[in-house]
Design a protein around this ligand. Structure first.
Ligand code: HEC
Length: 120
């Protein structure tokens, strides 16, 4: 019984430390990048080149063989920098042939966050 209780307490403490760490890092990571219009513009170019075969433009009709517009994607709760970064790192069916360089991924994230700011 005693042991069980002690074990249960550990993850909670680790979680607190992680949150404290994130709270310290987040403002440093986020603020300068958000204000970079050049990155946003580069991200838009990448999206135009690689993503528009499937993703409809905002306001365009969504058909069965097309993917949702980015305005809908960024409007979903929880779509923050971390989510987009993780998404772009992962292989995502049906985007099987989609391979971006790291700097392109970073620019696309800036573009998505900028779109989110404009549409929310
Ligand atoms: C071959 C077609 C195709 C291409 C090319 C493509 N996508 Fe997609 N994408 C889809 C489909 C279909 C979905 C919706 C289904 C899903 O969420 O799995 C989607 C969904 C997404 C989502 C939202 C996923 C979610 O869970 O809501 C993001 C973000 C995204 N795509 C980003 C991109 C970016 C960035 C590019 C270009 C670098 C790209 N896609 C290129 C087909 C494509």
């Amino acid at each position: 019984m005693r042991q069980k209780r002690q074990k249960a307490r550990l993850p909670a403490r680790a979680g607190m430390a992680a949150w404290a760490g994130m709270a310290l890092c987040l403002p440093l990571l986020v603020s300068p990048a958000l204000a970079d219009p050049a990155a946003v513009a580069r991200g838009e170019k990448v999206v135009e080149e690689w993503c528009r075969d499937c993703h409809v433009r905002e306001g365009q009709k969504l058909t069965a063989d097309m993917a949702p517009p980015y305005s809908a994607i960024v409007a979903i709760d929880g779509r923050d920098r971390a989510w987009f970064e993780a998404f772009l790192e992962a292989d995502h069916f049906p985007m099987t042939t989609f391979r971006l360089f790291d700097h392109e991924k970073a620019d696309v994230v800036e573009w998505l966050l900028d779109l989110q700011k404009k549409t929310k």
